[in-house]
Design a protein around this ligand. Structure first.
Ligand code: NAD
Length: 323
């Protein structure tokens, strides 16, 4: 049994991680401000004797320090998340994603916690390589485009974490998530699968930005949580960065068709330009495929659930009325 903190524990990935840690008989403190997360995400474990929920912001240094007090493992997932939210409010992105991470890492240095830092495939920016390796260059667009603030803020978190590791041996593991999907993910912030499923269930159209040729890889949240937990148990993972995701590519138009096939084949697809969805200064990334060999070599597995199976699970959850 260990004492853990999960920042952002009421969020999509965080709530699955909390369930998993409790199932493994750990004590878990959730610190969340419920901005994009929801208390209902923790319904299955509410009342569990090992769970404590703190409603507060990581931007409050005292709240953060209290939450970490007496713990051994910190999973730092709280962040301003989602392409749309980030494009709409770049100041909040920077304030939420940078300063609190620095405080948290300093607190962990004093408290001796092992830290998991949730980063993102967005740090690769516009890198044009077919497959992205952890040591590849980061290719951000101009600072005049708010879209890049998210990836850039997470890259600074990574620099901070690695600097504390090198300078003071802070035990930190960095995971770059690639399109994590599954039950409890919401579509309001630009997440593609819940949006497509909701649109198809409502009778359509399913709205695809541009021509839909953008390529992504989708990993089921349960498999991603398994990887995070395994990495935190593995000494060889400390001080390193890991891509965490599936490496099976699918275009957005293929995804739209796969959703429609499962929900209602009568639903039609409509294309709109990015500028209509996100404003004139939006830029997207054409292809995003991770190299997961480092992850596989370190923990012995990588997310592998086929897209069809993932979609079945999400559609069943939406139809269950729990969404
Ligand atoms: P989410 O929005 O469901 O989770 C984020 C959680 O953080 C929410 O519960 C939110 O309420 C909380 N939060 C936000 N600001 C906070 C603050 N100031 N104080 C306390 N809590 C705060 O999103 P998610 O998809 O579960 O993302 C979790 C983490 O994984 C994030 O760090 C995100 O950047 C990273 N990530 C996710 C994906 C993905 O595909 N879902 C991809 C790359 C990276």
């Amino acid at each position: 049994m260990a004492r853990c903190v999960v920042t952002g524990g009421a969020g999509f990935i965080g709530s699955h991680l909390v369930e998993r840690l409790l199932a493994d008989e750990h004590e878990v403190t959730v610190l969340d401000d419920f901005s994009t997360g929801q208390r209902g995400n923790l319904d299955a474990v509410l009342g569990h004797p090992g769970l404590k929920i703190v409603s507060g912001s990581i931007t409050d240094q005292l709240v953060l320090a209290n939450a970490l007090q007496g713990t051994e493992f910190v999973y730092h997932l709280a962040a301003a998340v989602g392409v749309k939210l980030v494009a709409d409010d770049p100041v909040r992105t920077i304030e939420t994603n940078i300063y609190p991470t620095d405080w948290l890492l300093k607190l962990a240095l004093q408290g001796g916690q092992r830290v998991f830092l949730a980063s993102t495939s967005e740090v690769y920016g516009k890198n044009s390589k077919e497959v992205w390796n952890e040591d590849d260059d980061l290719h951000f667009g101009p600072t005049s485009r708010p879209r890049w603030a998210y990836g850039c803020s997470k890259a600074i978190d990574e620099f901070l974490a690695l600097a504390y590791h090198r300078k003071s041996q802070l035990p930190v593991v960095i995971g770059r998530f690639f399109n994590v999907v599954g039950p409890r993910q919401v579509g309001n912030y630009g997440m593609v699968i819940p949006r497509f499923v909701d649109q198809a269930l409502a009778g359509g159209p399913v709205v695809v930005y541009d021509d839909g040729s953008q390529v992504r890889c989708y990993a089921h949240v349960q498999e991603v949580v398994d990887c995070v937990v395994s990495l935190m148990k593995t000494d060889a993972a400390v001080g390193r960065i890991f891509n965490i995701g599936s490496d099976q590519p699918a275009s957005v138009i293929e995804l739209a068709r796969a959703v429609i096939d499962r929900v209602d084949p009568e639903v039609r697809i409509e294309h709109i330009p990015y500028s209509q969805a996100y404003g004139e200064d939006f830029e997207d990334i054409q292809r995003r495929v991770p190299d997961v060999r480092r992850l596989g070599a370190t923990i012995g597995r990588t997310p592998s659930m086929p897209l069809g199976e993932i979609l079945e699970d999400i559609v069943a959850w939406k139809r269950s009325g729990k969404a």
